[in-house]
Design a protein around this ligand. Sequence first.
Ligand SMILES: [Zn+2]
Length: 1016
Amino acid sequence: MSSGGFGSQNGTGGGTYANGPFQSPIALHPTSQDYVVGQPGCPTIAQSKAPLISGTNPSRPHQPATEVSLYQNPSGSSLPIMPPGPLQPMPPSQPAPNNHRMPLSPPSQSASALPVSNSYYQHPPQPTSWQYGGQSHIGAPSKGIQPGPVPNPGASQVYSMATATPPSFHNASPSPGHAPITASANHVTMPAGAYPSQPGQMSKSDGTAYPPLPPGYQSMLGVPKPSPVHLPTQPYSSPSQQYQQPPVGPAQLSPSLAALSLQSQTPEALRVINLLQERNLLPPGPIPPPTPCLPQDLQKFNSNPEVFRCTLTSIPQTQSLLNKARLPLGLLLHPFKDLSQLPVVTSSTIVRCRSCRTYINPFVSFLDQRRWKCNLCYRVNDVPEEFMYNPVSRSYGEPHKRPEVQNATIEFIAPSEYMLRPPQPAVYLFVLDVSHNAVETGYIDVVCQSLLENLNSLPGDTRTKIGFITFDSMIHFYNLQEGLSQPQMLIVSDIEDIFLPTPDSLLVNLNECKELVQDLLKSLPQMFAKTMETQSALGPALQAAFKLMSPTGGRVSVFQTQLPTLGMGSLQSREDPNQRSSAKDVQHLSPATDFYKKLALDCSGQQVAVDLFVLSAQYCDLATLGCISRYSAGSVYFYPSYHNEHNPAQTERFQKDLKRYLTRKIGFEAVMRIRCTKGLSIHTFHGNFFVRSTDLLSLPNINPDAGFAVQMSIEENLLDMQVVSFQAALLYTSSKGERRIRVHTLCLPVVNSISDIFAGADVQAITGLLASMAVDRSVTASMTDARDAMTNAVIDSLTSYRNSVLAVQQPGLLAPACLRLFPLYILGLLKQKAFRTGTSTRLDDRVFAMCQLKCQPLTHLMHLVHPSLYRLDTLTDEGARNVNDHIIPQPGVLQLSVEKLVREGAFLMDSGSEFYLWVGRNCNPTFLRQVLGVQNYADVPLNMNQLPELDTVESTRTRAFIGWLREQRPLYSVLHIIREESPLKSIFMQNMIEDRTESALSYYEFLLHVQQQVSK
Ligand SMILES: [Zn+2]
């Protein structure tokens, strides 16, 4: 390792760039004791192998030891936050107490964690005790999730309660005649005759829809037809004969909450819904996050949920209460989000708790004008003299009116004590694959052109540096030193022992050498135009990049178009296309070599992040290559089937993404620390980073599009607390060389009743956290295990709700209104590229989907889980929004079912990175002419990716709506206009997650499956 001493890559107590002048003792534990340290980026603390639901479920006391769940055992597997005080060695992890059902991974796993070679993925094999007994409710999912043979058309009673043992759910194993799922099984079942008997309306085919009241349901149960469990308009507090639920009023709340009036937590959250009967659960527009049940004077200061939110907006008082609710507890963060309003404070004194180093925030209490009490550790601190003056009001003696205590999100410009070296300049290194394969795709032109256009917009100042490396079987460096008449290429052919030919002239000052840089960018696309070199020495190129960047730190952008074939890190294809849709578990989700991970850790230690752009038609082994970004806090971008000419849609996306990438804000040499009120504890992080200590993430780069998730547990009972707080502090160097600290603080109430916990559940945050947990599970255990665990998350929470919240049992599948979308979202995840089975999914596509689920901020992630469907041919201005003087229509969101399509219509599906505009065969001619600019359906081109700019009301409206959707996300969404014959139609249909496919359950079948398990 080269010198510099800017943070050791193994995360030990060197603690460079710790979040503040005083380190929390947690960061200082000796390496040998701190078992977090050695497993960078990976949530060792969580012992993520241990798939436990802690505690026991009173409803199923005799459950065999086969529970599969995403919830980890907090007491057995998490690190307590060390109390401040003398350094003490971290206790070794304890084996699970006997009452846990699953064995934990051996403690030695963590204790020996040190070096990088100890790969995160090298967990011991799955304990053999994980057998899915028929008695256990999880017995079914692994099999049951895959439906059996397609039932008889029209035989909706197959799904009725009458069938005590529907073949797909209860058979211990598929019948011998069970049809193997074929590679072509990726089409939604739309049997012949699915087309309308009624004009324009697609008929309900088996599984694609379900009847409002399944035939046979009531009769077989022998109960009278239940009246709707709850009328939508009926407020929760109205008396109800069907069931008595503990009323939720102040008297029933915890004493702490009783004092806080129920201001925002409307009883609506707990309104009981029978999911089997209420079909229309989607609200017409975006789903607002729940508002924490806090007094208005606290809530008005609270963090923006788009930046910082919690899966449970009411925190359980004890871990046992949390276990009982069977809902995951965790935070979702978008810490560097582009904000239109961000208060920035310049002050020589940043006021922090002397004990736990928490930044002063709106939720501290002032005992008097001279003392404030920390809301995380309760220490009483002095108010510094400077803080008595309020720069905003220019008044003295009102510390509680300072911006720091008026804003949950705030940024400080840090004084010099927050620096261990002068802030680094912005340094950008571009590493480009120039092999024959790469040249063939034409991507080099796009990169060079985009850089030329945005060179002056790269974030930075007069110190900004830039450099280039290209590679095929050799590594090419470019001397761009001021004074040269043209760029000078230096070729290093010895890829086994990489050295830098002229170390001082390869990264140059952008301002001083701009002309040479522009010359290079103009000539690069032609330089390799005739190359016949097919080899790729990516590993050595990355080693060269690391050497070049080590002295300063910065950002490396790598563009790769094939599997690396030469030198360190060369790989062989691990994908067998014939196995893609195999019923067997998905293989090769973990890296083939730890070369990229090790190099990433070296990079992280030198404040270098690596972003990876993969543009390829073939398998590139993203599971292995992605490690270079994952552990260095970089990002992965993936453009499958990229080709400048043959795939214009992909090229357009690449161009737009590059522009965003090159010009968006960036933070260098960053760390993020998350603190929480004493009693709460962090046990797993999700995202791209390296965990430097229990609560400190090392982020060589931070960008505004990165999201993180954090799992929490309750270490000590929160008995005397009315509220708890969480604080995320991101210390970074801006592109202008300022050291800054962005602080977000979230405050939530503590509750002691299970109904209050349910009332505060944030279903989107829960889904987002579970998605991250399931990605980890797929890698450390298996895809089957991850899928079962997700299904069980629904079953467990609804079982708990049924047994612990509802006083009187009712038939049906009952959920509180706030969780009504939970089964739908989990089904969406099960059908998502990352987790789907039985369908031909390319391995790289799957791995990339997993990367996205781990790194996207929640709002973007939800598009991937549950796309939005809108009807476009009937757009009107009714209810439209006015955004910057543009009228934006607001069509309602439709259920993702073929049942919602009509052949006279045109429908837009927003699945995050892609928009699909499905045009029905009998589509309204006005729409065809006025929006698509064609005379009839037959004229709609097969590969159409743009809406023409027509001077019609309909065209303006439609483009305004799509443009508005696009504006709300950082990366570009490609539009595909599809008709019956389009090759992309199957992808559109796959996103109809409420429908049955040959390999996956319909929503209704899934609900029935959940119901059967809940009722056990
Ligand atoms: Zn404190």
